[in-house]
Write a protein that binds this ligand. Structure first.
Ligand SMILES: [Zn+2]
Length: 291
C-alpha cells in the first residue's frame, strides 16, 4: 500500500517488520534524474509492479518550489541540502521555503535506516557516491554502478553535518547521496532504479527472485579542503568537472589577491561550481585525495 503522507512524500508499508529506506529526488530542483526516479518508483509501487515484502519505503521529492522553476533552489536562494544541521534544526523557523521543507523531511530521515538522496552535477562528470566509509555503508553503496565514492569525515563540505546523508548518519542510519552525472542528462534513470531495487532486495525487502549482480571494487576519495571564493575573485587554472586530476605542486587556481591554490598532494577537484553559482564567502569547489 502506498499513501501520500505529506506533500510529495509517499509511504509504502507492509505488515512485516523490516528496515526503513528513504529515496529522495529533487533536493536540488534542477537535478532531473532523482525527480524521475522517485516518480517512477512511486508509479511502480502504486501499480503493484514492485511489491514490498517487509519494512517501509519512503519516496520523497525534496525542493518542490525549486522544481517548479527548474533551479537548484527556490526564490529564497537556500540550499536545501545544507539545512540539516543541529543549530538550524533547533532554531525557530526562519520563514524560508527550504527551512520549512527541511522540517517536513526531518522526521522521515530520522526514522530511516538507509537514505538514498539522488543528485546530479552542474558540470559533466561520471556518476559517483557521497558516503561515509564504513562496513555498513559499504553494504549499501556496493549496489550502485558508480565506482567512485567521495567521503567527507572532516565535514569539509559544510563545516559540520548539513546534508541529508550526514544527518541520517548522525541518527545512526546509513546516508548516501548519489551524483548521477550531469543534471540535464536523464539517461541513467532506469539504471539508478535497478541499483535502488538491488539495495531493497539485499535488505530482504523485495523478494522477486531477481539475482543480485556481482559486486565490484570501489575507489574512495576523501575531501581535503574547500576553495572559498573571496571578494577579490578566483580563476581556475585547471578546468573540468568532478574528478579532474591535479598533481602535487600544480596550481589548481589563483585567488584575486594572487594567492595560489597549490596542493602538496596528488588529487582531484570535486564539485567545481559553474561561475553563475559563485557566491563570495562560499565554496566554489573542493580538493580531494584518493585513499
Ligand atoms: Zn544536488
Amino acid at each position: 500500500m502506498i499513501e501520500e503522507i505529506k506533500e510529495s512524500i509517499w509511504k509504502v508499508v507492509t505488515d512485516k517488520v523490516g528496515p526503513t529506506v528513504t529515496v529522495i529526488g529533487g533536493t536540488h530542483g534542477n537535478e532531473l534524474t532523482g525527480i524521475e526516479v522517485v516518480k517512477k518508483l512511486k508509479a511502480q509501487f502504486g501499480a503493484g509492479e514492485i511489491k514490498l515484502s517487509s519494512g517501509t519505503v519512503f519516496l520523497m521529492l525534496g525542493n518542490l518550489k525549486a522544481m517548479e522553476i527548474n533551479q537548484r533552489w527556490s526564490g529564497d536562494h537556500r540550499d536545501l541540502n545544507r539545512q540539516f544541521y543541529n543549530e538550524r534544526i533547533e532554531s525557530e523557523p526562519d520563514g524560508t521555503y527550504e527551512d520549512s521543507r527541511m522540517r517536513e523531511m526531518l522526521p522521515i530521515l530520522k526514522e530511516s535506516d538507509i537514505s538514498l538522496d539522488i543528485h546530479s552535477a552542474n558540470k559533466p562528470c561520471e556518476p559517483f557516491l557521497c558516503s561515509a566509509s564504513s562496513a555498513k555503508h559499504d553494504l549499501v553503496t556496493r549496489w550502485f554502478k558508480a565506482k567512485k565514492i567521495v567521503t567527507d569525515p572532516n565535514y569539509v563540505l559544510g563545516g559540520q553535518a548539513v546534508a541529508t546523508d550526514e544527518y541520517v548518519d548522525l541518527q545512526g542510519g546509513v546516508g548516501v547521496c548519489y551524483e548521477t552525472g550531469l543534471a540535464t542528462d536523464t539517461s541513467r534513470i532506469d539504471e539508478v532504479i535497478v541499483d535502488i531495487l538491488n539495495v531493497l532486495r539485499d535488505q530482504g525487502m523485495i523478494n522477486d527472485g531477481v539475482v543480485l549482480p556481482d559486486i565490484t571494487q570501489n575507489e574512495t576519495y576523501e575531501l581535503v579542503e574547500a576553495i572559498v571564493l573571496t571578494e577579490d575573485g578566483f580563476e581556475y587554472k585547471i578546468e573540468g568537472g568532478s574528478f579532474t586530476p591535479f598533481v602535487a605542486g600544480e596550481i589548481v587556481g589563483i585567488h584575486g589577491d594572487g594567492k595560489e591554490i597549490k596542493p602538496d598532494f596528488d588529487g582531484v577537484i570535486i564539485f567545481p561550481k559553474p561561475k553563475d553559482h559563485w557566491v563570495s564567502g562560499l565554496p566554489i569547489g573542493y580538493l580531494a585525495k584518493i585513499i
